[in-house]
Design a protein around this ligand. Sequence first.
Ligand code: NAD
Length: 458
Amino acid sequence: MHEHHVINPATEELVATVPAATPQDVDAAVRRAAGAQRGWAALAPGDRARHLRRFADAVDTHLEELAQLEVREAGHPVGNARWEAGNARDLLEYAAGGAERLTGAQIPVAGGLNVTFHEPLGVVAVIAPWNFPMPIAAWGLAPALAAGNAVLLKPAETTPLTALRLAELALEAGLPEGLFQVLPGAGPVAGDALVEHPGVAKVVFTGSTAVGKQIMAKCAAGVKRVTLELGGKSPNIVFADADVERAAAAAPGSFLDNTGQDCCARSRILVQRSVYDRFMELLEPAVTSFTVGDPADPATQMGPLISAAHRERVRSYVPETAPAAIRGEAPAGKGFWYPATVLEGRPEDRTAVEEIFGPVAVVIPFEDEAEAVRIANATDYGLSGSVWTRDVSRAVRVSRAVTAGNLSVNSHSSVRYWTPFGGFGQSGLGRELGPGALAAFTETKNVFIAVDSPAESP
Ligand code: NAD
């Protein structure tokens, strides 16, 4: 039997061994899901909502257990892990209300009544990455279930444990057997089997742009619906008229949180030349005081990278011995540690163009607003970005000019479960979260009902 070893990235200890799903397992799961989906879609919206609220309550009751699992399998600092489990709970709550508000339209037409319905798609596959295992699973799972679909979740090879526990909690909360199943396994085996399966109506994928492109091409064969959340190389643009102290104090969190393994990481810091030196002076202590260490310690801000292989990938961009403008500390010994690293560079440097997915940022000077926007947009990606300025007009102009899906002004906040999230360009396709989250898991059906004219009175 194939299986995956789940390794604690902070200690390199074996946490668990999990069987890997085969294409036969995937086929059986799709059949079970299709059966469960029919009954689920037939439930009254209020009953679906009640089930999902109970599921949210179960997640809330087990929040600490889920967070501790995340600490062990992903090396996330426990404060972050608690937020992640809470995000899964909030998504379920939010989506539950959506089941009750999935209203259609009544469109005025001649000769009858015209209405739209949002029909569920059927069986939806959610292929999740390892960087935010619980939130990203929930972003697909919660609205898909609320809209009347069944969900098959394939977690990343390195982080299957929280997903498996969520599926148990769903059953304990009374969700029908087969409606939400977790299929841990290899991407090219279990993931591919889901993408290829004719019984899967939609694939929600979060991960690398390379795999996302392959999945999209395979979905084309069956005109399968697809949502893609891919990589990013997001700019953090600091203008001279900003509160430079605040901008520098906030910058480390924007590329060190989750050890930089964040598709929204602001890994290109563009700084107006007149405040460049001041910004770098302020950035240094902010980066070196970012607390790195044991993820189980609530004071820890940054843990290790996910795996030895991923650390090698990060090192292939910047070895720890390479010159850097700022470099933080990292624990020695066991664990996939890598220090916070700030480089000074040019927009065309490989480190400023490609997604490193580690705690590395490149600082680039610019002269004026036009140049800032030009550098910010000189990327195939377009996921998020930040603009630091006290000039409201500039904030609006630059936010509109940057070709990315999620901008923040004087802040690095991009993700709220009640606002839409997704990328421009090669950062993705479609949107998740927000008021439209359920609609992405439905087909719009239009029905015309002829209404006879009243019979002529004698
Ligand atoms: P990946 O794209 O290989 O894996 C993401 C998910 O897709 C996993 O569940 C994986 O098993 C699955 N998968 C892989 N190959 C597949 C296939 N052929 N068919 C179906 N499913 C498949 O990403 P990774 O190896 O985990 O990370 C590599 C790089 O991707 C990272 O360094 C980073 O640049 C990027 N990444 C981005 C995000 C994001 O949030 N946008 C998340 C993870 C990784």
